[in-house]
Design a protein around this ligand. Structure first.
Ligand code: SAH
Ligand code: SF4
Length: 393
């Protein structure tokens, strides 16, 4: 591990009193929502029904103003508005790529910023969301890794990224009108800034809200969490979230993986593969994605491809291998493998019977591709020292 110790303790979301003394209802679990409503005057016998009604307004219809909650009595709406707000992160800038990819820079409490990327495809649309500001880990090919961890995002800030994107895509259904079955925002990947398994509770609660059938209602099979390999939290991901899993694998020997993904020094390839072999949800219909960044002359030889297959096969892991052409960023110490090399590598894997799609870089012109997040904005905006002093580090 690097000198920076990883955070193993999650910050549990406690309803935060905002500046005006009001509590944000976004991001509270149903149980917590019930408690705060009762604490602020909702009679206990009505609480269950009120939770359902308010939940639907917030997460099904995208309403932010209590006055619009027309199935609640006017006096009750006023009482809610006195105590609560429905607040999501604020969009600072929005860039649209030539290929339709949208990159949002959103501001969260404390003046910090994270990036969110929307990737439209023919039959679906994927939102890539962030779980931390910066990252404790220091993967040598990742730009986010050069930024210190500032803080974990709260549940509200994580689910708020989805709500923000639905606002921008104008995708909240309208009461009384038929539901749009083909969704613009149909999939979520936790592949933005940060290591989601070092912010487990908040990520879990946010995904539970996103999956709740009375609200945003995304299927667990349309959510993919990517981790660099926080072994003790992997089984919990299946048990407590139930989403699909992607692993930032990137190397086939401990020697190379120690350098590329330094968490490997804490939990090595063998320990990681054991955890994946035991992943409760893995099956042929729910394969684990192995992410593999293609770095010229570092991890892209034919021998690497053969070793990768051998590692996966010997542990009997239902897997597909997603090859990611390296996205360069200013000062990056690596080069992207040539297209021919990537194709040859993919072919060896494919011949061995594993799917080996090559990820098309999206939104490169706006620095929105994998691993590029935060680069441009960090230069345009704050120095690291400024961020640290604001966070009281
Ligand atoms: N922290 C988590 C999720 C965020 S990174 C993780 O590491 O899995 C999402 C994916 O982008 C990871 O597989 C990561 O290894 C990859 N990535 C990071 N930097 C990259 C770069 N410069 N080019 C291509 N992929 C990169
Ligand atoms: Fe953090 Fe993931 Fe980047 Fe590694 S690849 S530094 S874990 S965000």
């Amino acid at each position: 591990m690097s000198a920076k110790a990883p955070i193993t303790q999650d910050v549990v979301t406690i309803p935060r009193k905002l500046a005006e003394g009001k509590i944000n209802l976004v991001g509270l679990t149903r149980d917590r929502l019930r408690e705060v409503l009762i604490e602020h005057g909702t009679p206990e016998r009505q609480a269950k029904m009120r939770v359902n009604q308010i939940w639907q307004w917030i997460y099904q219809w995208g309403v932010r103003d209590f006055a619009e909650m027309t199935n609640l009595a006017k006096s009750y709406r006023a009482q809610l508005a006195e105590n609560f707000v429905i607040e999501i992160p604020e969009v600072v800038t929005r860039k649209v790529s030539e290929d339709g990819t949208r990159k949002y820079l959103v501001r969260i409490a404390g003046g910090h910023e994270v990036e969110v990327v929307y990737i439209p495809e023919e039959d679906r649309g994927t939102l890539c969301i962030s779980s931390q500001v910066g990252c404790t880990l220091t993967c040598s090919f990742c730009h986010t890794g050069t930024q210190k961890l500032v803080r974990n995002l709260t549940t509200a800030e994580i689910v708020g990224q989805i709500m923000m994107a639905r606002d921008d895509l104008n995708e909240w259904p309208v009461p009384g009108e038929p539901k749009n079955e083909t969704r613009l925002l149909s999939n979520i990947v936790l592949m933005g800034m940060g290591e989601p398994l070092y912010n487990f509770e908040n990520v879990r609660d946010a995904m539970k809200i996103a999956m709740d059938p009375e609200g945003i209602s995304l299927s667990r099979r349309r959510i993919t969490l990517s981790t660099s390999g926080v072994v003790p939290e992997i089984a919990r991901t299946a048990e407590e979230i139930g989403c699909l899993l992607a692993i930032s694998f990137h190397a086939t020997t401990n020697e190379t993986r120690d350098v590329l993904v330094p968490i490997n020094k804490r939990w090595n390839i063998e320990e990681l593969l054991q955890a994946l072999a035991n992943y409760p949800k893995a099956s042929n219909s729910e394969r684990i994605t192995f992410e593999y960044v293609m770095l010229d002359g570092v991890n892209d030889s034919d021998e690497d491809a053969h070793r990768l297959i051998e590692l996966i096969r010997s542990h009997d892991i239902p897997a597909k291998i997603n090859l990611i052409p390296f996205n360069e960023w200013p000062g990056a110490p690596y080069k992207r493998s040539s297209n021919n090399r990537i194709r040859a590598f993919a072919n060896i894997i494919y011949q061995a019977g594993y799917a080996s799609p090559i990820r098309t870089p999206r939104g490169e012109d706006i620095m929105a591709a994998c691993g590029q997040l935060k680069s441009a904005t960090e230069r345009e905006r704050k120095s690291r020292r400024q961020i640290e002093s604001e966070a009281g580090l």
